[in-house]
Design a protein around this ligand. Structure first.
Ligand SMILES: [Cu+2]
Length: 125
């Protein structure tokens, strides 16, 4: 084997190692935001003036994400737990809540009081 051929092989090997390093760094940095978020048990879209789905059934400890896909701002006020409030959700904004207690949680939008939904939180099997 000539010296130049050996150098070529070494250069190729180095290029492979460098490209693998870039791929590894890229994937680890793109996955890090997910680590801050809990797993989402269910997603509710707000669109066309309604919650979709309107009624949810999740297991205790589950996290629900609401996404405002509407052109108007909305909020979520929970009826039996007044402290549970989403704040104003402008279009494209989302809000998540983790339900730590079994129960039936009815909520509505304070801006549009015909906009209602329910989350039923049942015990883990
Ligand atoms: Cu609303």
């Amino acid at each position: 084997m000539t010296r130049s051929r050996l150098l070529l092989i070494l250069a190729a090997a180095l290029a492979v190692v460098l490209s693998l390093t870039v791929i590894a760094c890229g994937s680890s940095s793109s996955s890090s935001p997910d680590e801050d978020l809990p797993a989402i048990a269910a997603t509710v879209h707000i669109a066309d003036g309604r919650f979709d789905p309107r009624d949810l059934d999740i297991e205790v400890g589950g996290t629900v994400m609401w996404i405002n896909d509407d052109v108007a701002s909305h909020d979520l006020q929970f009826i039996d737990t007044p402290k549970l409030y989403s704040g104003v959700m402008e279009p494209t904004k989302s809000w998540i809540h983790t339900f730590d207690r079994v129960g039936t949680y009815e909520y509505y939008c304070e801006f549009h009081n015909t906009l209602k939904g329910t989350v039923v939180v049942h015990a883990a099997p």
